[in-house]
Design a protein around this ligand. Structure first.
Ligand code: R5P
Length: 296
């Protein structure tokens, strides 16, 4: 069996090291460098020919830099004769999985082509935005779920009394329903629409049975915070009590967190697919469980 190594990329140093430790694998040494003009470079140390390398690199902002670092490392290692598996906890561009407006590129498909050309043979991610997105890849891919870990966190840490789980839109509803089922509580969904040109979000008025109840809004991604802000407003308009917002990938672009807190959300939690102030839930066990099933 090929020797396995883990290369934590600059975007996922801690998570990559934790995955390696839990798998009992050595880290591969390599240097990622960014030049003053923004160009990147990757240099591997030692020989990797015939070895299997798991590159752990999330692609949160700066998205293209993190993505390119992944491609540079993958190409270098595959050229040197390694088998490359990409572990991309947050897979950027996953929301661009269709031609929403005429003439738009299906960017996730482009990303799939580029990753394959870079020499990546397999990819594992966490809660990809839509399962259909994976069909745009022409090599084996797998999306691990962080929902059980988020439920565990909610149970242990959130002061929830008689809670209701809310999905802010139909797209998120399967994942959110799974969260509610695991928590053993009621689930309701809102209807969100987004202006495809301006990006502005609006949530349709709804009759929610949340009066006096604690409410947990669950989504896959929080980016600008517009979705959670609009969902929280609707929950509070319906008489909801304490509002918490949980997501897998907390990008919190710009003033997203402040916006959400101002909207009345008391607890804000994300996972460490994107490291930051709110990433209180660890996805390493979920990733490790999947990586252990891979054959060499
Ligand atoms: C979109 O459908 C996703 O599931 C999220 O709801 C969305 O990406 C959140 O983005 P924002 O925080 O910018 O509203």
């Amino acid at each position: 069996m090929a020797e396995k190594l883990v290369l934590p990329g600059p975007a996922s140093e801690e998570l990559g090291a934790s995955v390696a430790k839990k798998l009992g694998l050595e880290l591969l040494s390599g240097e990622f460098k960014v030049f003053p003009d923004g160009e990147s470079k990757f240099t591997v140390e030692g020989r990797v020919s015939g070895k299997s390398v798991y590159i752990v690199q999330s692609t949160y902002p700066p998205v293209d830099q993190h993505l390119f670092q992944l491609m540079l490392a993958a190409h270098n290692l595959s050229q040197e004769g390694a088998r490359v598996t990409a572990v991309v906890p947050y897979l950027a561009y996953a929301r661009q999985d269709k031609e929403f407006l005429p003439g738009e590129g299906v960017t996730l498909g482009t990303v799939g082509h580029l990753l394959r050309s870079a020499g990546i043979g397999r990819l594992a991610t966490v809660d990809i935005h839509s399962a259909e997105g994976l069909s745009l890849f022409s090599f084996p891919t797998y999306s691990v779920s962080a929902i059980p870990a988020l439920v565990d966190h909610a149970r242990r840490n959130l002061p929830l009394h008689d809670p209701v789980v809310i999905s802010p839109d139909f797209g998120a509803s399967k994942r959110t329903e799974a969260f509610a089922q695991l928590l053993g509580v009621k689930f309701e969904k809102l209807e969100k629409s987004r202006d495809r040109t301006t990006g502005e979000v609006s949530v349709k008025e709804a009759k929610l049975e949340v009066k006096g109840k604690d409410v947990v809004i669950v989504d896959d991604i929080i980016s600008t915070g517009g979705t959670v802000k609009a969902a929280a407003a609707e929950v509070l308009r319906n008489g909801g009590n304490r509002v918490s917002a949980l997501c897998v990938h907390g990008l919190f672009v710009g003033d997203a967190a402040e916006k959400i807190e101002k909207a009345g959300v008391k607890d804000l939690v994300s996972t460490n697919t994107v490291p930051g102030k709110f990433s209180k839930v660890d996805v390493s066990d979920a990733l490790v469980a999947h990586l252990k099933t891979l054959e060499e």
